[in-house]
Design a protein around this ligand. Structure first.
Ligand code: XUL
Ligand code: CO
Length: 437
C-alpha cells in the first residue's frame, strides 16, 4: 500500500466526546439504524475530480493545493496511476466504500480517440487492482463532455454532428469502463447542454438531440449488459445561462417527453437545487414521487454566493432533511452519497482532504440518526397528516375519487358556510424538527 498520507491514521468511530481530529464522532459503519448498518444507508463516495484533480484555483488565482504525489511527472499514465494509489489510500483510511470519476479525471486525453481509449484502458486496469485489494467500487462513472474546447457549443446539443459523435464515443467507452469496474451507476450531467441566448439557438433541435443522445446511451447500456442505473443530474445554470436539465421537475418532464422515464433516475445535487431556487429536499421529494430518486451529490452552497460553491456538507440539519427524504423513499438502491465537494481554497494541505471528508461523513451520520429518530417518534408525519384530515371526510373523498363534477361542487359550496381554516403551524413543525438535532 502507498504512503501518500503519512499523517493520516485509519479513521475509526470514537464517539462524540473524543478530541481526536482523526476519528468519527457519529459515523459508526456497523451500527444498525432501522435494521440496516449505517454504512449501507449512507453509501459514501468520494469523487476523483475534486479530491485528486482540483488544484483549488479560482477565477482570480492560481491553483494552490499541495499534491506531493504529482511530483513533476507531467500528465503521464504513470502519474495517473500514482494519483489513483493516493486516492485509494485516502478512501481506505477513511472507510469510504465508493468512488466516482469522469473518464478524463483518471486518464489523460490522447491525440486521437483510439489513443484516449488506450489511456483509459490502462488506468482502469490499475484501478481494478486497487479495487481488488480494498473492496472499494465505483458508485458511478461518467464522461467529461464539457472541458475540452471541442465542447464549447455543447456535446449532444452542439451545432455539429461530428461533436455529437465524439461525445457518443466518449460515453460508450466511459460506460464500458464503469461496467468493467463494477460500477453501480452511470451519470449524465449536461455540462454544456444549454444555451446563453435564444437568438442563436434552435431550442427544439437541441432538446431533440439531447433526447436522442440519452436514448442511444441507454441502448448501449443494454447492448453491453451494463446492469447499473442511469442517472441524470439536474442543474439550472453554470456553465451555460440556461441548462436543459434545469431541475428535477424539468428532467422528469424531459424524460417523459422522450419516453426515457423508465430507464433513468435522478442524481440530485444539493448545491444545484439551491441554484435552481429549491431546497435539496424539494428536489429529492419531487424525484421520489416519480419513483426516480437514484443518488445524491452531497455538498452544500453558501448563503452569500449565487454559484456552485461545492462546499463539503458539514451541516447536520441539512443532512437530516436530506436523509429524511431518503429514508421515506425507502433508501438507496444503486445510488449513495457522493461528496461532489471541494475544500475551500485556503485549505490546501493534503490532510485537509481527510478533515473535509470526516466532517461530511459525521454530518451525514448525525443527519441519519436524527432522521431515523424523527420517523420513530412519528409526530412530524402525524402532524402533517392531520393537516389534510378533512380529505378523509365525505366531500374530500368524493373529490379524490373523481365522483364530484364542478357543478356538484358549486351546489355544495352554495349551501355551505365559509370554510373554517386552521394554522399550518410552520414554526411548530420547525421547532419539533430541531429537537432531534
Ligand atoms: C458539476 C457537477 C459534476 C457532475 C458530474 O456541477 O456536479 O461534477 O456531478 O459530471
Ligand atoms: Co455533481
Amino acid at each position: 500500500m502507498s504512503d501518500h498520507f503519512p499523517d493520516l491514521p485509519e479513521v475509526r468511530f470514537e464517539g462524540p466526546d473524543s478530541d481526536n481530529p482523526f476519528c468519527f464522532r457519529f459515523y459508526e459503519p456497523d451500527r444498525l439504524v432501522e435494521g440496516v448498518p449505517m454504512r449501507d444507508h449512507l453509501r459514501f463516495a468520494s469523487c476523483f475530480w475534486h479530491t485528486m484533480r482540483n488544484g483549488l484555483g479560482d477565477p482570480f488565482g492560481d491553483p494552490v493545493a499541495t499534491m506531493p504525489w504529482e511530483g513533476g511527472r507531467g500528465d503521464s499514465l504513470d502519474l495517473a496511476r500514482v494519483r489513483l494509489d493516493a486516492f485509494f489510500e485516502l478512501l481506505r483510511k477513511l472507510s469510504i466504500g465508493f468512488w466516482c470519476f469522469h473518464d478524463r479525471d483518471i486518464a489523460p486525453e490522447g491525440d486521437s480517440v483510439a489513443a484516449s481509449e488506450r489511456n483509459l484502458d490502462a488506468v482502469v486496469s490499475h484501478a481494478e487492482e486497487l479495487q481488488r485489494s480494498t473492496g472499494i467500487r465505483p458508485l458511478w462513472g461518467t464522461a467529461n463532455l464539457f472541458s475540452h474546447p471541442r465542447y464549447v457549443h455543447g456535446a449532444a446539443t452542439a451545432d455539429s454532428p461530428e461533436v455529437f459523435a465524439r461525445a457518443a464515443a466518449q460515453v460508450a467507452t466511459a460506460m464500458e469502463a464503469t461496467k468493467r469496474l463494477g460500477g453501480g451507476g452511470y451519470v449524465f450531467w449536461g455540462g454544456r447542454e444549454g444555451y446563453s441566448t435564444l437568438l442563436n439557438t434552435d431550442l427544439g433541435l437541441e432538446r431533440r438531440h439531447l433526447g436522442r443522445f440519452l436514448e442511444l446511451a441507454a441502448g448501449h447500456a443494454d447492448a453491453i449488459g451494463f446492469e447499473g442505473s442511469l442517472f441524470i443530474e439536474p442543474k439550472p445554470k453554470e456553465p451555460t445561462i440556461h441548462q436543459y436539465d434545469s431541475d428535477a421537475a424539468a428532467c422528469l418532464d424531459f424524460l417523459r417527453e422522450f419516453g426515457l422515464l423508465e430507464r433513468f433516475d435522478l442524481n440530485i445535487e444539493v448545491n444545484h437545487a439551491t441554484l435552481a431556487g429549491h431546497s435539496a429536499e424539494h428536489e429529492l421529494r419531487t424525484a421520489a414521487l416519480a419513483e426516480s430518486l437514484g443518488s445524491i451529490d452531497a455538498n452544500m452552497g453558501d448563503d452569500h454566493a449565487g454559484w456552485d460553491t461545492d462546499r463539503f456538507p458539514t451541516d447536520p440539519a441539512l443532512a437530516a432533511r436530506v436523509m429524511l427524504e431518503v429514508l421515506d423513499a425507502g433508501g438507496f438502491r444503486a445510488g449513495g452519497l457522493n461528496f461532489d465537494a471541494k475544500r475551500r481554497r485556503g485549505s490546501f494541505e493534503p490532510i485537509d482532504l481527510a478533515h473535509a471528508h470526516i466532517a461530511g461523513m459525521d454530518a451525514f451520520a448525525r443527519g441519519l440518526l436524527a432522521a431515523s429518530a424523527i420517523r420513530a417518534d412519528g409526530r412530524l408525519a402525524e402532524m402533517r397528516r392531520d393537516r389534510y384530515a378533512a380529505w378523509d371526510e365525505p366531500l374530500g373523498r368524493r373529490i379524490d375519487a373523481g365522483e364530484a363534477t364542478l357543478e356538484d361542487l358549486r351546489d355544495h359550496a352554495r349551501d355551505a358556510d365559509e370554510p373554517r381554516l386552521a394554522s399550518s403551524g410552520q414554526e411548530r413543525f420547525e421547532s419539533l424538527f430541531w429537537r432531534f438535532l
